[in-house]
Design a protein around this ligand. Structure first.
Ligand code: ADP
Ligand code: ZN
Ligand code: ZN
Length: 734
């Protein structure tokens, strides 16, 4: 009896996002599991296209129409497992993506494109030299190969080792040596210095014991900066290895990886797979197979490493779990934290989320006992946390200082340079900034409905709330203190670099931001330069706030805390608290003590005060109350519908129609609020106008799906002119 297969076809059209049934012919009867990539005839013309088997059925109920046969199976083995398929279904439901988008996360692109292992022809011995060939130069070649069998290709022997190509050819021709194929690893690895194992301190030991012995699976490790979280992870990874289990360590983006790779490879050797977005396609392909074939028991990587095909997963670590880079911004718009949790349900693996400044929602879940809380409250090397001082920039203005450096920061920079210690200057800027505030009294224009900063639109000279669409005319006098110092904010890292070079011409300066780290290794190069003391000052954005451990840094300056504080997002206080705490954690990590200076127009803001006092608990209590009052997550879900188009009129017409229909559809749902439609904060990107609708409240998967279907239905006829993006709990609303 033939079996049948439920197949997803490799075609991105949303209309084809379903399961198609095919017969598994006798010739392919070895296929009894899903996970294979196949070729099938499709549509009226029976065009042959690729597909993936997600289900295998023994029989089918509906025999009313003809079921076609699978024509070919590609690989010897399944590419994904039953539990991967469960995860794909979960993603399709929760992130409103298609089957195909989900499938593609589990397989490197190279596999789908038919990439092969990299194979080179290397030279081996075949028989002893004799007769007229038993003499120079043949003997030298022969002996060299004897020592280096399978290492060099013919060309390398000639070009790099200087042997005569015609002599090599002669030996091949007469069968003394042969060419043979060898698979090589494309990930070109270097040696790492041994990262010595440390004796765990009491706190660390307690945490490790709890993770290993608790019946819980999900843990939040709240450990202050420098408390030795990495050592804890490594200890548990070692325990997993001893028990033949694998581990995945997730780190935020590329930024953290050089230091983490250095540490993990320095501890566990070469058998650590590395997986992030800056690898070449070939490198990803090889690393993926190393995992699939069970050659490695540990992988370290960015978000997408969560999908690596480990068979016996024991541990997932999500380091710096509060980072937004764990949420994907393209379809499927998954959050690696949710995926890890779902994987734990499927496989029973442990998940540790680590941070000095946990995400508010994660911490809330420890309070309602969904996640077990573990804490590290001391720095591992006995150092103290640096002293944080805030500088009120309104006072600077009063004293006629209009530079971007306060007098205190200027003096401290001078001091630190003279002591030959290092400085990090941090600009917590997120690409652009358009909020409006008074430089004299610190007043910021906010929307009363939404409690977020209003955005300035130079074109039209008005302020608007990009959550609910409320608009007001821009004022040039401050409503609070009546001064004329109302200004829109904007300062970039480049400008800081110029100003620093003016003020301290002899200082050696490095800049780390998106512009200076576009190339594959540029982050690592800047990191090494600074670590080795080849620069005095590192200027940077969010990138420098993360996890870096530089013992000679004794001064950290936060240039404009208000940039993130007034970012139009309900999480701006949380982000500011996190950024200040994290960046402060870069100072005073060695024997010398550190100092942090935070410049702001709002020193009385709760996120700045709690950050200054290292009071996470206090911050959490205030913040969670605001979230509750305003019905923001974790007390609701947010669904954003984002439309973009080159045709502004059409875009506005369509999104307003969608708004009307949604309002009608949801008019009886008390717990749901619709905000907008209104333009996004970034109203236009590369000729595309952008508008959004935000839905806030009790949104379950069913409602999410209905809204998605509705929006796709309403944009079907303008499919070519309008791009649609739907996201649940987006990490940014810009
Ligand atoms: P975190 O990730 O929590 O900010 P790290 O893992 O970077 O902290 O550790 C901070 C420093 O303390 C590192 O230099 C690390 O080598 C050191 N360290 C960690 N654990 C110990 C220990 N048990 N004994 C001594 N030093 C330790
Ligand atoms: Zn004012
Ligand atoms: Zn509003």
């Amino acid at each position: 009896m033939s079996k049948y297969a439920g197949i997803v076809v490799n075609n991105e059209s949303i209309q084809l996002d379903k399961i198609f049934t095919y017969r598994i012919p006798e010739a392919l009867s070895h296929i009894s599991n899903p996970g294979y990539r196949v070729k099938v005839p499709f549509g009226k013309g029976n065009k042959i296209i690729d597909g993936f088997i997600l289900y295998v059925y023994d029989h089918i109920e509906d025999k009313s129409h003809i079921v076609k046969d699978i024509v070919k199976v590609y690989d010897k083995e399944e590419l994904f497992t039953q539990s991967d398929i469960k995860l794909m279904e979960f993603m399709r439901e929760n992130y409103l993506c298609t089957y195909l988008e989900a499938v593609k996360l589990f397989i490197p692109r190279g596999v789908i494109q038919g990439m092969k292992n990299k194979v080179i022809d290397t030279i081996y011995l075949s028989k002893e030299l004799d007769g007229k060939y038993n003499k120079t130069p043949y003997i030298e070649i022969y002996n060299f190969i004897k020592e280096n069998e399978g290492v060099f290709t013919k060309t390398q022997l000639a070009r790099e080792k200087g042997f005569s190509i015609s002599s090599i050819n002669t030996l091949i021709k007469h069968g003394y040596i042969v060419k043979d194929k060898k698979v090589v690893d494309r990930y070109n690895d270097r040696e790492y210095k041994n990262y010595e194992r440390k004796l765990l301190n009491h706190e660390q030991k307690l945490v490790v014991d709890k993770v290993l012995n608790s019946s819980n699976k999900l843990f939040l490790l709240k450990g202050i900066t420098g408390s030795g979280k990495t050592e804890v992870y490594m200890n548990i990874v070692q325990h997993m290895m001893d028990n033949n289990k694998s581990s995945i360590i997730l780190v935020p983006e590329i930024a953290l990886t050089p230091q983490m790779i250095e540490r993990f490879k320095g501890r566990f050797g070469k058998d650590v797979a590395v997986f992030h977005s800056k690898l070449s396609q070939g490198e990803r392909y090889d690393e993926w197979f190393r995992v699939k074939e069970g050659k490695v028991k540990l992988a370290i990587g960015a978000r997408s490493a969560i999908f690596l095909p480990f068979k016996d997963l024991g541990l997932i670590v999500i380091d710096e779990e509060h980072e937004t880079s764990y949420k994907s911004e393209s379809d499927p718009k998954y959050n690696a934290r949710d995926i890890a949790e779902y994987k734990s349900k499927l496989t029973g693996c442990k998940v540790i989320m680590g941070s000095a400044t946990p995400n508010i929602e994660s911490y809330y879940r420890t309070k309602i006992n969904e996640i077990e809380l573990l804490e590290l409250n001391k720095r591992a090397d006995g150092a103290n946390l640096p002293f944080i001082n805030t500088v009120d920039m309104r006072e600077e203005l009063k004293n006629n200082n209009r530079s971007i450096f306060s007098r205190e920061l200027y003096e401290e920079i001078k001091n630190t340079l003279s002591k030959k210690e290092q400085i990090i200057l941090f600009l917590n800027r997120r690409g652009f900034s358009t909020f409006v505030s008074c430089r004299k009294c610190g007043y910021v224009f906010k929307c009363d409905n939404c409690d977020i900063s209003m955005t300035y639109h130079a074109h039209g000279n008005y302020l608007s709330c990009h959550y609910c669409g409320r608009k007001i005319r821009a004022l040039s006098t401050c409503p609070k203190c009546k001064s004329n110092y109302v200004k829109y904010f904007g300062i970039g890292t480049e400008k800081v670099e110029i100003e620093i070079k003016k003020a301290f011409p002899s200082a050696r300066v490095l800049r780390m931001d998106l512009d200076t780290t576009r190339k594959k290794d540029s982050y690592e190069i800047i990191y090494k330069e600074f670590k080795e003391g080849n620069a005095d000052i590192l200027i940077g954005t969010q990138m420098v706030a993360k996890g870096l451990d530089f013992p000679n840094v004794t001064l950290v300056g936060v240039l404009a805390a208000d940039l993130s504080l007034n970012f139009p997002d309900y999480r701006s206080s949380e982000r500011t608290f996190q950024l200040i705490t994290q960046v402060a954690g870069r100072a005073g990590r060695g024997k010398k003590s550190g100092k942090v200076i935070v410049q702001t127009y709002m020193p009385e803001s709760y996120s700045i005060i709690f950050a200054k006092n290292y009071d996470y608990e206090g911050f959490y209590k205030d913040e969670i109350n605001i979230r509750k009052d305003m019905k923001y997550p974790p007390f609701s879900k947010i669904l954003s519908i984002n439309l973009s188009s080159k045709n502004e009129n059409l875009l506005i017409k369509i999104i307003q129609n969608i708004g009307v229909i949604l309002k009608n559809y949801l008019k009886n749902s008390d717990n749901i609020e619709i905000l907008g439609p209104c333009p996004c904060i970034i109203g236009k990107i590369k000729e595309f106008y952008r508008w959004q609708i935000i839905i806030k409240g009790d949104i379950d998967t069913n409602l999410g799906k209905n809204i998605k279907d509705m929006v796709y239905h309403m944009t079907r006829e303008v499919y070519n002119d309008i791009r649609v993006s739907i996201d649940i709990n987006p990490s940014n609303l810009i």
